[in-house]
Design a protein around this ligand. Structure first.
Ligand code: BT5
Length: 256
């Protein structure tokens, strides 16, 4: 893969011809050796991609990017408190939403809390953040559908940059994403993990398709919460019927 625009945007860019899972590979590397913050591992051929809750992420070789970035969050006051980590994954969703919007200027590109990027209501990217407790770091993975044809889409709810009519250039996508991600996360951390003050919360609200919708949230403990999603709270949790939810599967009752 030829990535001239992306090279130099991060301290270390590891490009793999193939990888079982860029998240799994970067987590293993980060455990084994000291890596600089924003070390990035990328491939166009991920063979055992991971979604959340043991689901899988699937893309034919050469049609998508799997990107994993090591984030080592430090605020001016010290390490990032654990409850403030939620904004890091949201920053990745926002960064990718901005990137895809730049590649598809006439499309409706929106962020679906907590981890999806949608084009015209269809999923073009999923984000998976995996915490490394010992190192107080997190690996943030993003799978982006680029050159997939309509026939190659793995599920009917998916789309790709090419299907949406854009130029599926991996270097444009990666450079845009890495630039946006570092700007958003560095700003958030420099403001002492205050998402409101850094502008991250405002940007997320602007792009988030979930707010104001009737939603059904399947919580990890099996409970189901139904109601209107009204806000993102200070920790990046979704507020539904006045209750904050940290992670769950959100279905929009009405998509429009
Ligand atoms: C996600 O999970 O959306 C997170 C996906 C993260 C993938 C990246 S790629 C780089 C890094 N390395 C990894 O191993 N993973 C990360 P979730 O919300 O659980 O969505 C998974 C569901 O999305 C699946 O059950 C399918 O229904 C659907 N799906 C699978 N592949 C897809 C694709 N290419 N495009 C759209 N939807 C897909």
């Amino acid at each position: 893969m030829h990535l001239p625009a992306s090279q130099g945007l991060v301290p270390r860019l590891l490009v793999r011809a193939t990888s079982p899972s860029t998240n799994a590979e970067l987590v293993a590397l980060a455990r084994a050796e000291e890596l600089p913050a924003y070390t990035t591992l990328v491939t166009e051929d991920q063979t055992a991609g991971r979604g959340r809750l043991d689901r899988s992420w699937v893309a034919p070789a050469g049609t998508a990017l799997a990107i994993s970035v090591l984030v080592v969050p430090r605020t001016p006051g010290g390490p990032l408190p654990l409850e403030r980590y939620g904004w890091l994954a949201i920053a990745a969703g926002v960064a990718m939403t901005e990137t895809v919007a730049g590649m598809l200027p006439t499309a409706s590109v929106r962020f679906k809390w907590p981890n999806d990027v949608l084009v015209g209501g269809r999923k073009v990217c999923g984000v998976l953040a995996e915490l490394l407790p010992a190192r107080q770091a997190v690996v943030i993975g993003a799978g982006l559908n680029l050159a997939m044809t309509a026939e190659q889409l793995p599920v009917t709810t998916a789309t790709s940059v090419a299907v949406a009519g854009g130029d599926p250039d991996p270097d444009t996508a990666l450079a845009g994403y890495l630039g946006n991600l570092q700007r958003l996360i560095d700003g958030y951390l420099a403001h002492g993990a205050d998402a409101e003050a850094s502008g991250l919360a405002g940007r997320a609200r602007e792009l988030c398709v979930t707010l104001g919708r009737e939603v059904r949230v399947e919580l990890p403990d099996g409970r189901v919460l139904e109601g209107t999603a009204t806000a993102l709270d200070a920790d990046g949790r979704l507020v539904v019927n006045g209750e904050s939810v940290a992670a769950g599967d959100v279905t929009h009752a009405r998509l429009g």
